[in-house]
Design a protein around this ligand. Structure first.
Ligand code: ARG
Length: 291
């Protein structure tokens, strides 16, 4: 008798090529503390950070992504977290304006790269940390506030991009950017080839990172979301990047990995333990460029 694997009713996932911007951590170290993960007393190994980052870079290249690079700048150790460099959609790059003085020079550095590379740059009027706090899900922008990006930047975003912007309030200092508490699983709506039905893009999130009002919004909008546990969130498991099929995640986020497989995604684990010392993971090192 042959054993038949139980078939899971997951739609066929389809990968789409992404264009992203990354920054080599040549000058990565932890010399200041602007989030609870950072401790300048704990030594960092820059060459290990570079090697781990190169694995992530190679993973993206192997997935067929178009990976662009911005030159790292000595004295800006957090520049590796490219997600914070801005938010890019429709060929428009909304620049970042950082909360903490230590990172403020990164804003103009990233804006220069956007300008030099054919993007229409919008200088920010309000404090915001780019894709760290802004996530495009379908045609809606989820926007975080509470620790870094100011809520008036959400209004600025809505004006610039003409899309609905939904404010979500973060309440746990360890999950200070929206991309540490929410993972976007589908860049576009998902077509179920067996039924022909179209499903809204889905997300994964950590409920305890949000205030009650925000949680109510997430539950209502994303009833099928993957709920990630505290253990996986604590290795920044949610800080991941998906092309609709392949989801690059923290290697140690085992339960998240299992849930992704169940839903028909292909999780790819990478180890960025060194960059975790700065409070960042996969997504933090990745800025999507949408032309
Ligand atoms: N040390 C950086 C900071 O605190 C880490 C940024 C992580 N980036 C992210 N997109 N979550 O600003």
């Amino acid at each position: 008798m042959t054993l038949i694997e139980p078939s899971l009713s997951a739609p066929t996932r389809v990968a789409s090529k992404r264009t992203i911007l990354m920054c080599r951590p040549d000058f990565f170290t932890v010399v200041y503390r602007i989030n609870p993960w950072m401790d300048p007393a704990v030594p960092t190994d820059t060459s290990l950070a570079v090697r781990q980052w190169e694995t992530l870079y190679q993973t993206y290249v192997d997935l067929g992504f178009d990976v662009k690079l911005v030159d790292p700048i000595d004295g800006l150790p957090d520049m590796v977290y490219a997600a914070n460099g801005g938010f890019v959609l429709d060929g428009i790059a909304y620049g970042a304006s950082f909360t903490h003085p230590e990172r403020q020079p990164e804003g103009p550095a990233y804006m220069k790269w956007f300008g030099d590379n054919g993007f229409e740059v919008r200088e920010p009027k309000n404090i915001n940390e780019g894709e760290g706090d802004f996530l495009l899900v379908g045609d809606v922008i989820l926007a975080g506030t509470g620790f870094r990006s100011a809520s008036n930047s959400h209004e600025e975003m809505a004006e610039i991009f003409g899309r609905p912007v939904i404010t979500l309030k973060l309440i746990n200092p360890s999950f200070y950017h929206l991309d540490t508490a929410i993972a976007v699983l589908d860049p576009q709506p998902v077509v179920d080839t067996s039924t022909g039905s179209v499903q809204a893009p889905n997300i994964a999130y950590l409920p305890s990172a949000f205030d009650e009002a925000s949680l109510a919004i997430l539950r209502e909008r994303y009833p099928d979301a993957i709920i990630v546990n505290e253990e996986d969130a604590a290795v920044l498991g949610l800080n991941s990047f998906s092309d609709g099929l392949n989801v690059v995640i923290a290697k140690r986020a085992k339960d998240f990995e299992r849930q992704l497989k169940e839903r028909g995604y292909n999780p790819i684990g990478v180890d960025l333990s060194e960059l975790l010392l700065g409070g960042g993971g996969v997504k933090c090192c990745t800025l999507e460029l949408r032309s």
